[in-house]
Design a protein around this ligand. Structure first.
Ligand SMILES: *Cc1c(COP(=O)(O)O)cnc(C)c1O
Length: 457
């Protein structure tokens, strides 16, 4: 390890991107329209107005390539952006990689909430505030989204109610404490505060909850209150677009390292950190530059690898519009794996479309190998990864070892979407040999897919 070679590539504050990149401007095929759940017709801005600020709706359907980032949002980004890009020299040494197999990672865990999620939370809170909204409602799985939005609402002076998937509420009490410290109210979902929550509890008093259920509750909350809008932490086009600050910085940082990735790996829950890192590279790929892009999901929630590409609801109670995406069915309730952020039944429409077009690949990983890779990473690079990001580490390590085996050179970039400081109970269970691998059974997938809405498009 020569001391003259950098370990991390840092950009100065004036290199924070000043616009978000909108992939919709460059797509080879137009995205499928979003449909009204009642009529099956394409929806317009007016249909979404009860739920979202107008600027968010405008961005959701925009085909402008670059959308300027407001100065107030940039001011908050300056608290932790640009984030570092690391060359994983110590991990490479632990894997005994030859010098021509190079591993890089873009680390989003330096934000105050510990993940990439504030990149969009700050923007969403800002636009709500601009339009006179005083309260937001949202759902959260593992609690990363809830905490990112809680921080953002604190910074812009908004109230926040968070419906937190019950199993995570029980597994991760410190995430709740963090949200409450930032001033949010947090309840386990299904809750007794909404019709959607009460209906689920009546049918299944033992329900551990799901993101689909929690979304139903938050949407109902926002739709039934004048002062409240809804905020979503992943999946939608505007969320993915806000996250492209990650990839725009990474493109510049790879240039600093005088390197271009052959392979980029990211974990996918709803698809936002993956899209944020990879879409600026997808733009280059559409322009003719060669790069493989691999999405990694958990075997317990195999949306991209075993779901279907079809119209489905975003939530369990069928309150949301219909979107065309890879889905396991809106009634799907995944096993209580510890990568709570990867338990959504669907995937972002834009990520689904790229997979359908063969622009990206997808693979599924079980949680034990993911934790094994995370442990190796922590022991070599020091940083304790979020369990979600551990899935990407596993696949990146696998890519590196295969290149070494084949005697080929390869440059691999992966997304380290957050740290795992609030996931130590999961690490504890892994170290005690108590984590189980879980492949979702095919008959359960078939049953959930049988409930897909029929849409004549
Ligand atoms: C929420 C989360 C994810 C999964 O969500 P995406 O929208 O797919 O990015 C992954 N990693 C971390 C650290 C998260 O907080």
């Amino acid at each position: 390890m020569s001391s003259s070679e950098p370990t991390k590539y840092l950009l100065s504050e004036d290199r924070i991107p000043t616009s978000w990149y909108n992939l919709a401007a460059d797509l080879p095929v137009p995205p499928a329209p979003v449909l009204h759940p009642g009529t099956g017709q394409p929806i317009g801005p007016a249909d979404l107005a009860p739920l979202f600020p107008m600027e968010i709706i405008r961005q959701e359907v925009s085909t402008e390539r670059h959308i300027p980032i407001p100065e107030e949002v940039l001011n908050v980004y300056r608290m932790w952006r640009p984030t570092p890009l690391f060359r994983a020299r110590r991990l490479a040494a632990a894997l005994e990689l030859p010098p021509e197999v190079r591993l890089f990672y873009k680390y989003e865990g330096t934000s105050p909430a510990g993940s990439h999620k504030p990149n969009t939370a700050v923007a969403q809170a800002y636009y709500a505030k601009q339009e006179g909204v005083t309260r937001l409602a949202t759902e959260t799985g593992a609690g990363q989204w809830g905490s990112a939005l809680a921080m953002s609402c604190a910074l812009f002076g908004l109230e926040l109610k968070v419906y937190m998937v019950k199993i995570s509420y029980e597994h991760k009490p410190y995430r709740r404490a963090l949200m409450e410290t930032w001033g949010a109210e947090c309840v386990p979902s299904p809750s007794s505060d909404t019709n959607a929550g009460r209906a689920i509890r009546e049918r299944d008093p033992e329900s551990t909850g799901s993101l689909g259920i929690a979304i139903s509750e938050a949407v109902e909350d926002a739709a039934t209150r004048e002062d409240t809008k809804y905020s979503l932490g992943s999946v939608l086009n505007h969320v993915l677009m806000h996250q492209t600050v990650i990839g725009q910085e990474a493109v510049s940082q790879m240039e600093l390292a005088d390197a271009w990735p052959n392979v980029i790996v990211g974990c996918v829950g709803g698809g936002s950190n993956f899209a944020g890192l990879t879409f600026p590279f997808v733009k280059e790929k559409l322009g003719g530059r060669d790069v493989r892009i691999v999405a990694v999901e958990p075997a317990a929630c195999p949306t991209l690898t075993r779901g279907v590409y079809a119209y489905d609801f975003g939530d369990t109670a069928q309150l949301t519009p219909l979107v065309k995406m890879h889905t396991l069915g809106h009634t799907f309730v995944p096993a209580g794996i510890h990568a709570g952020g990867l338990r959504y039944h669907g995937a972002a429409p834009l990520v689904s479309l790229l997979l359908d077009q063969g622009m990206i690949e997808a693979t599924a990983v079980s949680q034990r190998p993911a934790f094994a890779a995370a442990t190796l990473f922590a022991r070599s690079e020091g940083i304790l990864p979020a369990p979600e990001a551990a899935h990407a580490i596993h696949v990146a390590v696998d890519e590196a070892l295969r290149a070494k085996e084949a005697g080929e050179g390869r440059t691999i970039l992966f997304g380290l979407s957050g740290h795992g400081h609030f996931d130590l109970a999961a690490y504890d269970r892994y170290h005690a040999g108590q984590l189980e691998d879980y492949e979702h059974p095919q008959d359960a997938i078939d049953a959930a897919l049988a409930g897909l809405p029929s849409v004549a498009v």
